[in-house]
Design a protein around this ligand. Structure first.
Ligand code: ADP
Ligand code: MG
Length: 592
């Protein structure tokens, strides 16, 4: 007896669904891409229970005839390619004709669609690949598709879904990927009857601002970026790359090619190479880069979920990308006068024309600097480990001048000098000591705040006029678990609508610091450290508050203020680096 037979369509579709539709987010992606392929200029997304109960996409695209609506749910039914060669000139998002049949295999679909020239539209209902009904109906031009009870007939898949919070974040990620690259399309996204995003048609920059800038916009999110633009025969690149000093540990990094989000580790390396030497600690820059290239120069087909894309001339594009980013960063002058983030290379030219240049005779390593921590200025892995004393067997004996030794080195009645309202210069027998004033104060305040946070008895100070903290949906998900701790700190917060809090009280220690900024910075640093409330919370809050309240660069200081700051600083057990790994002081060796 022969045993080989064709799988029934319903089964084949379910198998395909396993690849194409893994979670609500992948379903959303397919639906929205279809709307875009249909030329929609307005797309409305309605979600219930992170897409589990309902995932609805309404577009004003070209719609479908009744026959096409039915056909669209057949396997490998697509209007986008007819011949194999079409694969190489694709300008649409979809082309496999797999999405709709896969979705209909694992959910209950209700779709209405109408073309502009048709008097009436069509309504089709399918569940588990079985057509339930199709009839004429009154509906707007475009397509309105409801996907209900996703995975109702695939319990294993349903169990595999994460919490609503996680699935919602996945949905938002997918939404950002699309909304960022179609700024000319108007989008709304609602979850459980709350509108999370309402994005008007605009350009790339404004769209980035609308998604990541939050609602308050005291300072523009996009002001942290410089523009990148180049047009070559091979590729056009447009976009925004973060200013080096705005780099964080957890950045927004996006590549798009021909209207499609892509991951590209090799091009990522090009971006990172352009920033070489400009970043401090473990920070990475944010970027939004849009490539336009002839469709036959890329292969979008290498990965089933299509986020990895192969380019014909990757090495050439790497070079183009690297040089255009370098150039843009260069235009926006990024080199400070004294760069504390590069290994002790303060250059002070003292040679005049008649100074003979002779090879100095040295008995010891002239670059040796007892106060430069081992490797510490280079991307510290873990700042806490840098703060622990060097172990005696790993360091040569002369490097063991302890931090505690420094205070005794300050000469009696020493006189500080402030340079460029940024550095405090003071004498020491080892050489000229230059202390960065803001970082020094961050270190001092960080220790104070940390001590206070460990014994929470916080004075709250009532605000005369409550301030409003407006947040992005992503921020809301981060702040919720922190609310109790923030209250303990002295913040009085009341939920205001779906994405805002009113601030009626703030910790007294905040002083004149803007509480909205302070809270946003806390959210940001908690998120970027991936910190849980238990381990990283105290560190993140103390650091963030210290950064917000420390003396800024550009403030002139009196001799007493400088002496006070320096003495407080060097009285601490660890003071040579800020908690986030930036160099606080450098000594120019007297024997140099
Ligand atoms: P693909 O997008 O790969 O062609 P799909 O299964 O996603 O496959 O869709 C099948 C076909 O259904 C599409 O080729 C398109 O012709 C039609 N279609 C799907 N969604 C829409 C929509 N929102 N508006 C108009 N036509 C659509
Ligand atoms: Mg499609």
């Amino acid at each position: 007896m022969d045993v080989v037979r064709l799988l029934p369509d319903a089964v084949a579709n379910q198998i395909a669904a396993g690849e194409v539709i893994q979670r609500p987010a992948s379903c959303l992606k397919e639906l929205v891409e279809n709307s875009l392929d249909a030329g929609a200029t307005r797309i409305e997304i309605l979600l219930l229970d992170a897409g589990r109960t309902l995932l609805q996409v309404i577009d004003n695209g070209r719609g479908m005839s009744d026959t096409d609506t039915r056909m669209a749910f057949e396997r490998h039914a697509t209007s986008k390619i007819q011949e194999a060669k079409d694969l190489f000139t694709l300008r649409t998002m979809g082309f496999r004709g797999e999405a709709l049949p896969s979705i209909a295999a694992v959910s209950h679909v209700e779709i209405t669609s109408r073309r502009e020239d048709d008097e009436v539209g069509t309504l089709l209902e399918i569940a588990g690949s079985q057509v339930i009904r199709q009839e004429a109906c009154q509906c707007a031009v475009g397509t309105n598709i409801k996907v209900k009870d996703l995975f109702y007939n695939v319990p294993a898949r349903r169990k595999f879904l994460k919490t609503d919070q996680t699935e919602l974040r996945n949905l938002l990620t997918e939404f950002y990927h699309i909304a960022l690259v179609y700024p000319q399309v108007q989008f709304t996204l609602a979850h459980n009857d709350e509108i999370l995003y309402s994005l008007p048609a605009t350009n790339e920059k404004q769209r980035i601002e609308a998604i990541f800038g939050g609602a308050t916009n005291r300072t523009l999110y996009t002001s942290r970026f410089v523009e990148v633009k180049t047009e070559t025969e091979l590729v056009n690149i447009y976009g925004f790359v973060g200013k080096p000093e705005e780099a964080t540990k957890n950045a927004q990094q996006y590549f798009f090619v021909n209207g499609r989000y892509m991951r590209h580790p090799y091009f990522h390396k090009a971006v990172m190479t352009a920033y070489a030497g400009l970043l401090s600690g473990e920070t990475v820059p944010s970027y939004f880069l849009y490539f336009t290239i002839a469709p036959d120069a890329i292969d979008v087909n290498v990965h089933p979920t299509k986020t990895e894309i192969k380019f014909a001339d990757e090495q050439l594009i790497f070079q183009i990308l690297l040089s255009v980013i370098r150039e843009s960063l260069g235009k926006f002058n990024i080199s400070p006068s004294l760069d504390f983030n590069r290994e002790g290379e303060i250059e002070m030219p003292v040679l005049t024309g008649d100074t003979p240049i002779s090879q100095p005779k040295v008995m010891v390593d002239p670059n040796y600097n007892p106060f430069r921590p081992n490797n510490a200025t280079k991307a510290p892995k873990n700042w806490e480990s840098l703060y622990s004393p060097p172990s005696s067997h790993s360091a040569p004996q002369q490097e063991l001048i302890p931090d505690a030794f420094l205070p005794s080195l300050l000469p009696e009645g020493w006189k500080p000098y402030q340079y460029q309202e940024k550095y405090i210069l003071c004498p020491s027998p080892l050489g000229l000591m230059a202390i960065e004033q803001h970082r020094a104060h961050v270190v001092v305040l960080y220790e104070q705040y940390k001590a206070m946070l460990q014994h929470p008895t916080f004075a709250s100070q009532q605000l005369l006029f409550p301030e409003v903290l407006e947040l992005t949906m992503d921020d809301m998900l981060v702040i919720e678990p922190l609310l109790d701790s923030l209250k303990g700190l002295g913040f009085e917060l009341d939920l205001l609508g779906k994405d805002a809090y009113s601030i009626s009280g703030v910790p007294a220690l905040l002083g004149q610091t803007n509480p909205v900024k302070a809270l946003k910075d806390i959210i940001y640093s908690v998120r970027e450290c991936g910190a849980t409330v238990e381990n990283g919370f105290v560190h993140s809050i103390a650091l963030s508050l210290a950064q917000d309240t420390a003396i800024p660069v550009g403030q002139s200081l009196t001799d007493d203020q400088m002496r006070d700051l320096v003495e407080k600083l060097i009285a601490l057990p660890h003071y040579r680096l800020t908690p986030d790994g930036k160099t606080v002081l450098t000594i120019i060796d007297i024997n140099l």
